[in-house]
Design a protein around this ligand. Structure first.
Ligand SMILES: NC(=O)c1ccc[n+]([C@@H]2O[C@H](COP(=O)([O-])OP(=O)(O)OC[C@H]3O[C@@H](n4cnc5c(N)ncnc54)[C@H](O)[C@@H]3O)[C@@H](O)[C@H]2O)c1
Length: 263
């Protein structure tokens, strides 16, 4: 874990952020990074991951942070609205949203365009893409009421890689990139900054053991970096985009991928 206090990096002391999809991996690292930078936080994941959210909340609180944990499901519009309302009720509003969630279990059945089932297509789009529109429509009015703020979406390098597998996942992530451009174009002049981060292969604490080593080696060989991604690489970009340092970045889909999308 990056020691941001040692870097004197406290860009978020007057900021409130929501991390949606925070129980594990990139979202968890982002919550810890934003908290280390002084942000007040609302963190959410599905009820099935309540224990992990509780652990995250306890970790942030024990370091002196201000945080609430919420259960929400990106496929349920009312529950997405409840996550946003919980942040407003607790803190009076918020300045940034990291829309990070994705169903990364269904991805293993996301075979190819000829064989993938409608069920996999529907589930992938429902969580990974439609969920992004749901959180946008509930968060935006609250950000606009405060005079603006940052929507930061986790997309993927898969949106542009052109892989022979995982078509539904790539379609959903490409859709996020389109949503980002729309939101920035429609509300940029009202203070909304919408950006997507496109991670390359990030080895999370959860996948470090389970991800086949030959797959990791293959992706590493394709890239232009000495290592694969770590969750902190993405968290650092979220913190940049959520802070004043990112104030003139809008409508961008930013690859944080060790150069793997370089043609
Ligand atoms: N790890 C990688 O290599 C990689 C690469 C590119 C993009 N990404 C993207 O980064 C994001 C985080 O992925 P990760 O690797 O940390 O995996 P992860 O499985 O640890 O994180 C996914 C998060 O989404 C949440 N989530 C899942 N279903 C949900 C639902 N229905 N409603 C609300 N939340 C839900 C989970 O609680 C979890 O916190 C995802 O959007 C993923 O597509 C990851």
């Amino acid at each position: 874990m990056t020691d941001t206090s040692a870097m004197g990096c406290r860009r978020m002391t007057d900021r409130i952020a929501i991390v949606a999809g925070a129980a594990t991996g990139i979202g968890r690292a982002t919550a810890l990074r934003l908290a280390a930078e002084g942000a007040t936080l609302a963190v959410g994941s599905p009820e099935s991951e309540r224990a992990k959210i509780d652990t995250l909340v306890a970790e942030i609180e024990s370091a002196g942070g201000r945080v609430i944990g919420c259960a929400f499901d990106a496929t349920d519009d009312n529950s997405v609205a409840a996550l946003i309302d919980a942040a407003v009720d607790a803190f009076g509003g918020f300045d940034a949203v990291h829309a990070n969630f994705a169903d990364l279990r269904v991805i293993f059945k996301d075979s190819d365009a000829l064989t993938v089932s409608d069920e996999v297509l529907e589930r992938t789009l429902d969580v990974n893409l439609k969920g992004m529109l749901r959180i946008t429509r509930h968060a935006l009015p609250k950000l606009l009421e405060r005079g603006g703020g940052a929507m930061i979406y986790t997309s993927s390098a898969a949106a542009v890689w052109g892989e022979p597998v995982r078509p539904c996942y790539a379609m959903a992530k490409a859709g996020i990139n389109a949503l980002v451009r729309h939101v920035a174009s429609a509300w940029g002049q009202k203070g909304i900054r919408a950006n997507a981060i496109m991670p390359g292969l990030v080895v999370t604490p959860e996948t470090r053991q389970s991800m086949p080593s030959d797959f990791q080696a293959e992706v590493l060989a394709r890239g232009r970096s000495m290592r694969l991604g770590e969750v902190e690489d993405i968290a650092a970009m979220v913190a940049h985009l959520a802070s004043r340092d990112g104030e003139w970045i809008n409508g961008q889909c930013i690859a944080v991928d060790g150069g793997s999308t370089l043609n």
